[in-house]
Design a protein around this ligand. Structure first.
Ligand code: ADP
Ligand code: MG
Length: 271
């Protein structure tokens, strides 16, 4: 993905997507850390059938920061859960780091999630009785691994919590708690970091801290990130924005400014 994508594209009057939006890019197994082909997900049956995903093909390039946007009910959470091995598609295939995951048994999936995937949730999900530092190393402790001490130190520096490391979550602001959650998610050096509305419970200033931290983890550490968000400003931090509508990819864009993001959202809602 090019760093010098033109972000000053102008949306035309019909509300079509900006010029940096194209059909999906196929990068090939070598460069893709996550691939999905023909992914469908149905809920319910008969009259109650809901087609949450209607055939999604996507390649997530290693080291890229991708945002997933779209109207409520467009399938964002369903897609993220399937790409992360938390849910199985009705049809189609998903590869994480070259391993096809849709046929894996629960035990292998648990291990894959532990070794390859980091999660950040809207609600932080820190353990209240542990300090910030203990929360960060918890996944390594559970896995019975010491982890890479130098790496954990670097993470702690990047997260910038300083003297707050010995504090419990209740003694930290929302933004600080989410920064701890980011460090925790990165501690095991996951192949992919999935974030579901990571700034959804934060005010704009603390949300900004978390967005900058995610961006840094991409720029300094090469972390691959997939972030579901409603927030057009949050999406401007991503290298790529994938817009879903009715369970399918409607637009697949490079970096966009906030006004362009709004235009695409509006065109999806009007259509
Ligand atoms: P988004 O995250 O974009 O709001 P979701 O992926 O949560 O969308 O949902 C996509 C569609 O699938 C919606 O129509 C939703 O109502 C439906 N859906 C999601 N989860 C379930 C479920 N467990 N049972 C039935 N329908 C569901
Ligand atoms: Mg959702």
């Amino acid at each position: 993905m090019s760093d010098n994508v033109d972000t000053t594209t102008i949306v035309n009057k019909e509300g079509a997507a900006p010029a940096t939006c194209e059909a999906g890019t196929t990068v090939g197994l070598e460069d893709a850390v996550v691939q999905a082909r023909g992914v469908e997900r149905d809920y319910g049956q008969g009259d109650a059938l809901v087609r949450a995903l209607a055939g999604v093909d996507i390649d997530l390039q290693r080291g890229a920061y991708t945002a997933i946007m779209g109207p409520s009910g467009s399938g964002k959470s369903t897609l993220m859960h399937i790409l992360a091995g938390l849910d199985k598609p009705t049809a189609g295939n998903v590869w994480i780091d070259g391993l096809e995951i849709t046929t894996l048994k629960e035990r292998a999936l648990t291990q894959l999630r532990r070794d390859k995937i980091g999660f950040i949730f809207q609600t932080f999900n820190l353990l209240p009785t542990l300090t910030a530092a203990e929360n960060i190393t918890l996944p390594l402790t559970i896995a019975g691994r010491k982890g890479d001490a130098a790496w954990v130190d670097e993470l702690i520096k990047t997260v910038g919590l300083g003297d707050r490391l010995t504090h419990k979550p209740s003694e930290l602001s929302g933004g600080q708690q989410q920064r701890v959650a980011v460090a925790r998610a990165l501690a095991s050096r996951p192949a992919v970091l999935f974030a579901d509305e990571p700034t959804g419970n934060l005010d704009s200033r603390t949300g900004e801290e978390v967005l900058q931290l995610l961006r840094q983890s991409r720029d300094k550490l090469g972390q691959t990130i997939v972030m579901v968000t409603h927030d057009a400003h949050a999406a401007t931090y991503a290298d790529r924005i994938v817009f879903l509508k009715d369970g399918a990819i409607a637009h697949d864009c490079g970096r966009l400014g906030r006004d362009d993001v709004y235009e695409v959202i509006k065109s999806l809602e009007d259509a």
